[in-house]
Write a protein that binds this ligand. Sequence first.
Ligand SMILES: Nc1nc2c(ncn2[C@@H]2O[C@H](COP(=O)(O)OP(=O)(O)OP(=O)(O)O)[C@@H](O)[C@H]2O)c(=O)[nH]1
Ligand SMILES: [Mg+2]
Length: 206
Amino acid sequence: MSGDMLVVGRVNAGKTSICLRLARHLGLRELAWVVERTDGVRERRRMPMSEANALLSSEEEHRTRALQTLLLSVPKGKGEHVVRIADSAGLTEGLHADETVRRAMGQTLRALVAAKGVLHVVDAAAVGRALTLSQTAPFHTLDEQMVAIGRTKAQYLILANKMDLPLAKDGYRWLMEHCGPIRVLPVSAREGSGFHEVKRYVWRLA
Ligand SMILES: Nc1nc2c(ncn2[C@@H]2O[C@H](COP(=O)(O)OP(=O)(O)OP(=O)(O)O)[C@@H](O)[C@H]2O)c(=O)[nH]1
Ligand SMILES: [Mg+2]
């Protein structure tokens, strides 16, 4: 299953947090996921929202190691429609030492090519820090390539995440200038800001 919208981005950008926040914002009490493991096995999982934060509990990067599609029931007319939001393993440059991570990144890239709609999550605070503190390039080739692929999709939205952190505003401003005319939406998965807009965007797809 490729999902109606694919959530992609650099590792640690906050993709899973955004999916969970969206589910919470929609008032879901339970999460229904379809996990596509990289060995080809597909598993259905359900968990109460109260336990969902366990998905974020690891301290390591590369927390998400398989495509996990969240099924969101959205009221439409007299019935309900299901919107599928596929959370993916984060991307990094180079060849990762761990084979599981390499396979997961390959799975993300295949899903990215196939997806009709993409939500590209960027850590706006990291962009801001790169700009002001280290004066290094805030966007690397990897991000540029994700934007280049994203532009070709029917739906493509950049989510500037972690807006609650220092320097994220600078990062957001830079993203808007650099990526325009693509729409860049400022959000904080931690605090929930910007999720009315995300919900509206996802709602339209139902
Ligand atoms: N301050 C702040 N931290 C956030 C926000 N969103 C996510 N984080 C933190 O950023 C870290 C990475 O979040 P994840 O949601 O696991 O990121 P991911 O993009 O799914 O990461 P991978 O699956 O490893 O690629 C976690 O420690 C989160 O708590 C945010 O809006 N603000
Ligand atoms: Mg994740």
